[in-house]
Write a protein that binds this ligand. Structure first.
Ligand code: CP
Length: 312
């Protein structure tokens, strides 16, 4: 039976540590991995736009010696003619060994997994989850901060619709000494089920603020997010909220010298380009790491390793 990745909690903390170790080994010795996925094919089924996730998945599979196929726009697939996700995946799982899928509807990757003969990876479903972004974030934190425990993590911007925030909170809630600082306008607060299940019920310390300036000095990590225009019902509301937070060099002067700035990207206006030259800005390094953790994940779900070939 295939193993899927729909939610970051589908992976144990130990498995995440193993993926990070594999990604580090790939970064150090990429030549060892050049043929691990020879004759294997990844399908990328993207019903929503993407740059980083789709291309890093494709780059990951190509660097493992495998092949890629798929679509980057649902309008060029038979979804445009009304084909269901279930039927699409039932067909594509006969053409590929593993599927990465992004869809605007929450739960679509779960439906896909129920109709697939091969592993399905959730590459983002609506405002729900984005587990491979979280793996990317965790690899970045390990590289930049050296640990997961004892960090004060500020999440800023669209905490309501930002699926990367939801998955990251779920993941970090499993480590010791984590404190969350939730920074958003009232209208874009973290959904209550995420706050209740992963912060309150676990007894994790947290605070909420509408002001980035007031709390930035407390943070070890500032995780900025884009206001998710595509999830708003009302364009006027989006226009009113879109520039709620703009990180500038002036605000960075209020932060700790070793605070890091993360962002899943794409950025619109929420981080001024002048911040890019600050060594604490690590969002471009973060996007780079995404390829290597996805290489590790593809190998894991296919049961392959550089040392042993097929492991299952
Ligand atoms: N971080 C992220 O998911 O980026 P893309 O939308 O470009 O894939």
């Amino acid at each position: 039976m295939s193993r899927h990745l729909l939610n970051i909690l589908d992976l144990s903390v130990t498995e995440i540590d193993e993926l990070i170790a594999t990604a580090d080994d790939i970064l150090a010795c990429p030549e060892k991995y050049r043929e691990v996925c020879k004759y294997k094919t990844l399908a990328t089924l993207f019903f929503e736009p993407s740059t980083r996730t789709r291309l890093s998945f494709e780059s990951a599979m190509l660097s493992l010696g495998g092949n890629v196929l798929g679509f980057s726009d649902s309008a060029s697939s038979s979804a445009k003619k009304g084909e269901s996700v279930a039927d699409t995946v039932a067909i594509v799982s006969g053409y590929a060994d593993i599927i990465a899928m992004r869809h605007p509807k929450e739960g679509a990757p779960l439906v896909a997994s129920e109709h697939s003969r091969v592993p399905v990876i959730n590459a983002g479903d609506g405002g729900h989850h984005h587990p491979t972004q979280t793996l990317t974030d965790l690899l970045t934190i390990r590289h930049e901060k050296g640990r997961f425990d004892g960090l004060t993590v500020g999440l800023c911007g669209d905490l309501k619709f930002g699926r990367t925030v939801h998955s990251l909170i779920e993941a970090l809630s499993r480590y010791e000494g984590i404190r969350f600082v939730l920074i958003s306008p009232e209208e874009l607060k973290l959904p209550s089920f995420v706050k209740q299940t992963y912060i309150k019920e676990k007894g994790l310390p947290y605070s909420q603020s509408t002001s980035l300036e007031e709390v930035i000095g407390e943070l070890d990590i500032l995780y900025m997010t884009r206001v998710q225009r595509e999830r708003f019902f009302n364009e006027e509301e989006y226009l009113r909220l879109k520039d709620s937070y703009i990180l500038t060099p002036e605000k960075m002067r209020l932060a700790k010298e070793d605070m890091i700035v993360m962002h899943p990207l794409p950025r619109v206006n929420e981080i001024a380009v002048e911040v890019d030259d600050d060594p604490r800005a690590c969002y471009f390094r973060q996007a780079y790491y995404g390829k290597f953790i996805r290489m590790a994940l593809i190998m894991k779900l296919l049961g392959l390793s550089a040392e042993k070939g097929e492991t299952v």
